[in-house]
Design a protein around this ligand. Structure first.
Ligand code: NAD
Length: 241
């Protein structure tokens, strides 16, 4: 007996991440995009076999197993509410959500499985676990996080640097941050632990934005069928925690 494909709703489908998700999901027979949701009315109702809906039509979207949301904070509440109403999973990478939206996520996790992450790279998920482990083992060492991004990135330190810093703090370190903005760097994070006469450098380099879409698709496949709760990407990666 063959397993039916995982039914996905892509929210924020016309954006850079949404387009990458549509392109990469089409490579997997085990994934079926049942709805691509755009902010405005779509120019075409069906594109490459994928039904398109405007965000105002969200309530009428077909049945889906997991929604993947890469939109903006103003689009976040309706997609979270729809997932709760339908009992579907949610994978969200939308950044800049408010404290009230974070609280709504925590409440929603009582009823549905969800993962929200500021960075869906699987490499960063593993780095997160390594940083926490190193910090716990290296009491008294300095911990510095250096992040480098393209010149258009405005927030500093990056959300990923702060997430890595939280992992270091969980391990007992007191991280300090430095930010570089140069050229077209996609994203680099160096977490450096310095002791007397020795140093450990843990580095992640992103060279292509597709890693975030691939990570989100991976998270969706891992989330389907899980018990309600709030998961981190590293919780979904066997051997990472
Ligand atoms: P983008 O500006 O290219 O796309 C945003 C999309 O959201 C657009 O298609 C827009 O129409 C849609 N949108 C806006 N308001 C909406 C609403 N009310 N309802 C439905 N759709 C709405 O941005 P992007 O580069 O694709 O990034 C999207 C989000 O993902 C941003 O928050 C970005 O910071 C975040 N992001 C996260 C990661 C990660 O790994 N977590 C990686 C890249 C980007």
């Amino acid at each position: 007996m063959t397993t039916p494909p995982l039914r996905l709703l892509i929210h924020g489908a016309s954006g850079r991440m949404g387009q990458a998700l549509l392109r990469l999901a089409a490579e997997h027979a085990s994934l079926q995009i049942v709805a691509a949701v755009t902010r405005r009315s779509p120019a075409q109702r069906v594109v490459d076999g994928v039904p398109h809906f405007a965000s105002s039509e969200l309530a009428g979207a077909p049945t889906f197993d997991v929604a993947i949301d890469f939109s903006l904070p103003e689009g976040f509440d309706p997609i979270l509410a729809l997932c709760v109403e339908r009992g579907a999973g949610l994978v969200s990478g939308t950044t800049g959500i408010s404290e009230a939206q974070r609280q709504a996520l925590i409440q929603a996790a009582a009823g549905i499985p969800l993962v929200w992450a500021s960075n869906f790279s699987l490499g960063v998920a593993v780095l997160d676990a390594l940083v926490e482990r190193a910090a716990a083992a290296l009491a008294g060492w300095n911990c510095d996080i250096v992040e480098s991004h393209h010149v258009h990135k405005q927030d500093a330190p990056s959300g990923t640097a702060l997430t890595l810093g939280a992992a270091a703090q969980k391990g007992g370190a007191d991280p300090h941050y430095a930010s570089l903005r140069a050229g077209d760097i996609v994203g680099e994070h160096l977490v450096q632990f310095t002791g007397l006469g020795e140093r450990i450098e843990l580095t992640h380099r992103a060279t292509n934005r597709d890693i975030f879409a691939r990570g989100a698709l991976f998270a969706a496949t891992q989330l389907a069928g899980r018990a309600p709760g709030s998961y981190r990407v590293r919780d979904l990666l066997a051997g990472a925690t």
